[in-house]
Ligand binder design. Structure first.
Ligand code: KG4
Ligand code: ZN
Length: 370
């Protein structure tokens, strides 16, 4: 059977990303340009700055993603796409309107010029599919007929039903996956997302944009034996529901932080440690609860916060203790934060080719749509 190659474009937040993926699993290229450094001094993403940077980057990034397919001159990109690409996948939402428009209009133009079909993708749902690409962890065995292709292509098989936790800067969502195509939303955050909580509390501790990485780094310096401080934060919403709430945690951090006049490095490290432990405890507890309720055979972690090593480690050890027959998957760190690889993979496994006329950017696209 002829291989299917998808060129995917992702511009929902502050990244400009393009990738070519074969049969949903084999990464032929992945290019990511980020404007995150430009937002540092503002402590958060400035939408117009992000969109302007994406306008500047979208052509060179897309071109670079095509380069491994064939050596070509810039003006011949349409011929390369016609020869090697079968469809264009594009993130249509949720995200920042100016940013989404850059990617959506570029993808529509490529589709118009080359005649290739276009596949709209929901960014949040797509994060999970970073777990299905080849460069991830070793395989499990499954018996789902829909996975025959997946097994043949990647040598990796994920057993269903599966619980997927997508945990990013804007989202904390739990899904039940009965097969590679069948996703049902189970619950999500009622207010701040986990990544947002990392970012906002990091800002309070004095760090700039992209706070999850800063909290992880500072927490690493914490030593339980040597710290002169003892800080205990709540584990919010540990009830029976599959929803999350992180805004109270942010307020609790603020309250505790104000009790101290001298914000020494040791105090910062202690706060970072406790913030990280609190957020990861809640994420693991709720996901395992969903896995027990739905008799899951596997758990899939994804989204920017999945890059957190403590979260991955905690998942693995709690699963070993409580659900030893369940397999745990998390993508390689560089596939957790925004990129176009999982957009292509989602499009292959679950997308619907659509006429380019009908494609529009939908900033508030629901986490259950498409
Ligand atoms: O998926 P992503 O790149 O963009 C969105 O779709 O939101 O996720 C970005 C989020 C940010 O909140 C960032 O602080 C968080 O992922 N993040 C981390 C880590 N790396 C990125 N959070 C905790 N630990 C990390 N190592
Ligand atoms: Zn994302």
């Amino acid at each position: 059977m002829k291989a299917m190659r998808i060129l995917a474009i992702e511009t929902s937040c502050d990244e400009t990303a393009a990738s070519v993926v074969q049969d949903g699993t084999k990464i032929l290229s992945s290019v990511v340009a980020s404007s995150s450094k430009m937002h540092e001094k503002y402590g958060g993403i400035v939408p117009e700055v992000a969109a302007r940077e994406q306008l500047r980057c979208i052509v060179p990034v897309s071109r670079e993603a095509l380069e491994p397919l064939e050596t070509f001159h810039a003006t011949r990109a349409n011929e390369v796409i016609k020869r090697h690409i079968d469809a264009i996948a594009i993130t249509v939402g949720p995200g920042l309107i100016g940013s989404l428009l850059v990617g959506v209009e570029t993808a529509k133009t490529i589709s118009f010029v080359t005649g290739k079909p276009i596949i709209p993708v929901n960014h949040v749902l797509a994060h999970t599919y970073a777990n299905f690409v080849q460069s991830c962890q070793p395989s499990a065995i499954s018996h789902q007929p829909e996975n025959t292709k997946l097994q043949a292509e990647s040598g990796k098989l994920i057993a269903f039903p599966s619980i997927s936790l997508v945990v990013s800067g804007g989202h904390t969502e739990l899904y039940l996956m009965k097969s590679i195509k069948d996703l049902t939303w189970l619950g999500g955050t009622l207010d701040d997302a986990a990544g947002e909580c990392f970012d906002k509390t990091a800002r309070l501790l004095g760090f700039g944009h992209g706070g999850g990485v800063a909290i992880e780094r500072e927490a690493h310096k914490f030593s339980i034996q040597h710290s002169a401080f003892s800080i205990t934060l709540p584990r919010p919403m540990m009830d029976d529901s599959l929803n999350f709430s992180f805004s109270g945690l942010k307020t609790a951090v603020m309250r505790e932080w104000k009790k101290y006049e001298d914000h020494s490095e040791e105090l910062i490290n202690t706060f970072a440690h406790e913030i990280k432990e609190s957020i990861t405890d809640v994420l693991v507890e709720k996901t395992l609860r969903a896995a027990k309720k739905h008799n899951a055979q596997s758990i899939l972690l994804s989204g920017g916060v999945a890059a957190n090593l403590r979260l991955r480690e905690k998942f693995q050890s709690k699963i070993n203790n409580q659900l030893p027959s369940v397999r745990f998957y998390s993508p390689e760190v560089q596939l957790c934060t925004d990129n176009a690889v999982y957009i292509a993979s989602y499009a292959f496994f679950r997308g619907t080719p659509t006429d380019w006329h009908t494609i529009t950017a939908v900033p508030n696209l629901s986490v259950e749509e498409i």
